[in-house]
Design a protein around this ligand. Sequence first.
Ligand code: ADP
Ligand code: MG
Length: 340
Amino acid sequence: ESQLNSNYSFDNFLEGESNRLARSAGMAVANKPGGTAFNPLLIYGGVGLGKTHLAHAIGVEIKDKHPEKTVLYISAEVFTQQYVDSVRKQTRNDFIYFYQLIDVLIVDDIQFLSGKSGTQDVFFHIFNYLHQNGKQVILTSDKAPVDMQDIEQRLLSRFKWGLSAEIMHPDFETRVNIVKNILYRDGVEMSNDVIEYVAKHVKTNVRELEGAIISLIAQSSFNKKEITVDLAKNVIEKFVKNIRKDISIDYIQKIVSDYFELDIETLCSKSRKRNIVQARQLAMFFAKKYTKSSLANIGSQIGDRDHATVLHACKTVDNLLETDKEFKAHFEDINKKLSM
Ligand code: ADP
Ligand code: MG
């Protein structure tokens, strides 16, 4: 069994600026599995941006074009469970042998392997075997290889052998197309004003966009109301507020460090450089503002600091907002990005 989900195809994976590279690399791999320079093909990007969809689409397309090939889709989490089971049952060699017979191996969410050295080790051997034998490996991750933590260097260097393609946040035009596609699929009509309203206000990711449309459709049919911009405004405002509650410390660190063009490691480092200190303090401030984490927890996640440091950071940010215009502008830019 390939474990592929045939609902995820290239046909319903809409192309846009944000996914063009990953999509076309996926297409190239599907045409010639194992026969391109894109081996492994690593697709990375934030949650809900289409990594799993694209990974399945590639597998489905390969099954279609090359029916003789064995394709296997597996999440890194299930892979890990299988491995752990095999060790317990003393069937580790069978486990490895099974994976060595596959022509196209798709492993989703490999960030899950972080810190799991036994699983990384076995995956390393399977990967090498497949690669040496001209088999195709397709991986997805929520981070670029450079940002992956607790993954062995030898494995990271393998990940970089082929192509790493990022899926980014969809732009407005792509969001409009995605909404239209969902409506078409579900046989629902909405005016362009409503479609554009939704696409304009739900920017986080495609999964949220789907969720917003579905709750809008549900609201209108429960209340037997027409889908107007007013109704959309109502539903989407609530929806977006709910998304906001889910902002995580990881996400805040990513937004803040991207904004200042730092990597997360630098943000969390002991550096006393003024811009880095300010970025770090902002991250702490926003973590306090947007998450329910304790000061101690925020401190431990952002550079292994204690709760007093976080408290101090929040006070400093408050002060700077009153005294430093440039700082305030940065603050507002980041705040806007976080609440997008
Ligand atoms: P990820 O694995 O990156 O978290 P998913 O692949 O699960 O994201 O995608 C989330 C949802 O958004 C899925 O329902 C998927 O079909 C949809 N989706 C994502 N990108 C696109 C796209 N480009 N076109 C159509 N649907 C998309
Ligand atoms: Mg996924």
